[in-house]
Design a protein around this ligand. Structure first.
Ligand code: UDP
Length: 194
């Protein structure tokens, strides 16, 4: 099966390698893309929050983030090929963005964390064009921030506010933007900078 549904959440049942291949194509073809990496907490939250559930259904891809999702599938008599950690997808996307010299925007985490994250990206992926970055402690409903990010013309946007905040913001952002791959990466900036 190419989709495995857990408590109504339709996961893409493809390997990490196939996720990255698909995202590579969408990046170079400038296809607007909403990527969600969902762990069990997200699935449980979506079960109790209809608005958030509807946001998840807008996603172009939902990756099974962690072994908890793979095990949940098994309990339901379904098979998910492999876990696809959000952090690994982020690293893979950075690799692709580096090869293709893409425009990347980073938004989220504390001020010092985002600054360290950007330094680390500059060091490890020097061909990425970092078009901007911002910490994650602003009013997420402010349309000015969407405008600000959009004006930098990013091909790829990493959003690290934690769920459900990051998915809400991405949905609003993509409704305004002409293109770009946007992905909520939770605590990944903390990991990359640490
Ligand atoms: N964060 C943010 N803005 C907020 C709340 C959280 O930028 O309003 C950041 C926080 O600094 C951390 C990241 O969101 O870097 C992930 O937070 P958390 O660990 O709570 O999320 P999870 O990884 O569990 O989704």
């Amino acid at each position: 099966e190419t989709k495995v549904t857990i408590l109504g959440v339709p996961f893409d049942n493809i390997t990490q390698e196939d996720f990255l291949k698909a995202l590579y194509d969408r990046l170079v073809n400038k296809q607007k893309t909403f990527l969600v990496t969902a762990n069990p907490e997200i699935v449980m939250y979506a079960r109790d929050n209809e608005d958030y559930y509807q946001l998840l259904l807008q996603a172009d891809y939902i990756a099974p983030d962690g072994i908890g999702i793979v095990k949940a599938a098994r309990t339901l008599g379904k098979t998910i090929k492999e876990r696809v950690p959000g952090y690994e997808l982020m690293l893979g996307l950075l690799e692709i963005a580096n090869i293709e010299k893409q425009n990347v925007y980073f938004i989220g985490a504390q001020e010092d964390t985002i600054e360290l994250t950007v330094s680390e990206v500059e060091r490890r992926w020097p061909n990425i064009n970092i078009v901007g970055y911002h910490h994650g402690y602003f009013n997420h409903a402010d349309p000015k921030m969407i405008e600000k990010v959009k004006n930098t013309d990013p091909d790829l946007i990493f959003v690290a506010f934690g769920f459900p905040r990051q998915e809400k913001w991405i949905s609003n952002y993509l409704s305004q933007a002409s293109h770009g791959i946007a992905v909520g990466v939770g605590g990944s900036f903390d990991v990359l900078s640490g």
